[in-house]
Design a protein around this ligand. Structure first.
Ligand code: 5GP
Length: 198
């Protein structure tokens, strides 16, 4: 019989524009035992974003109802919007040995560290430099100049939290970053399985 062990909660944080979304898509493509948790948000969809894939887009009223009825693992206000992680999806996958990837900011990550530190493997993705981050945000063409300034200020704050994470990766090459995260995930799953079997 093959013993899979419990899945790990893989938390990825980074300032916006550091390449997290591309890394995350590649990781999901190449791993059959990894799924992404889709957060709920009150933010309006950006062009190209799909409800249920990028986020579950809901009204503030619905968001507060989900919190009130204890259906959120954690939630936070980021910029002017609310974001939260639905509980059930995570629990179900971890229990059948599937790891769950969470793409959240430091506030969300710190909430999870408090709730379930042992289950969480956390990785902080750094851009090669602040200048490079500014260029990437401009190239992305989804935000206005003042929104970019706001994201850069937020990025500085986010980056200052990096030492609380289990691993830090500098994303100067997407392939290399994906490879690094994959091997961290394998190593951490094996560590957990060994512990379970000992
Ligand atoms: P964006 O609006 O650019 O998609 O995301 C803004 C920020 O919200 C990002 O830093 C993202 O990681 C964070 N975020 C997305 N989902 C969640 C969540 O469920 N909880 C928390 N705390 N932050 C989230």
């Amino acid at each position: 019989m093959v013993t899979r062990g419990e899945g790990v909660l893989l938390v990825l944080s980074s300032p916006s524009g550091a390449g997290k979304t591309t890394i995350l898509e590649r990781l999901l493509d190449q791993s059959s035992d990894l799924v992404k948790s889709v957060s709920v948000t009150t933010r309006k969809p950006r062009s190209g974003e799909i409800n249920g894939k990028d986020y579950f887009f809901v009204t503030e009223e619905r968001f507060h109802e989900l919190c009130r009825t204890d259906q959120m693992l954690e939630y936070a206000k980021v910029f002017e919007n609310f974001y939260g992680i639905p509980k059930d999806f995570i629990k179900q996958n971890l229990s059948i040995g599937v790891s769950v990837l969470l793409s959240i900011d430091w506030q969300g990550a710190f909430h999870l560290f408090k709730l379930m530190r042992k289950k969480v493997v956390s990785i902080f993705i750094l851009p090669p430099s602040m200048e490079e981050l500014r260029l990437r945000l401009q190239k992305r063409n989804t935000d206005t100049a003042s929104e970019i300034e706001c994201r850069l200020a937020e990025a500085q704050k986010e980056i200052s939290k990096r030492n609380k994470y289990d691993y830090i990766i500098i994303n100067d090459n997407i392939d290399k970053s994906v490879e690094e995260i994959s091997s961290i995930l394998k190593k951490e799953k094996l560590k957990r399985l060994k512990k379970k079997l000992s």
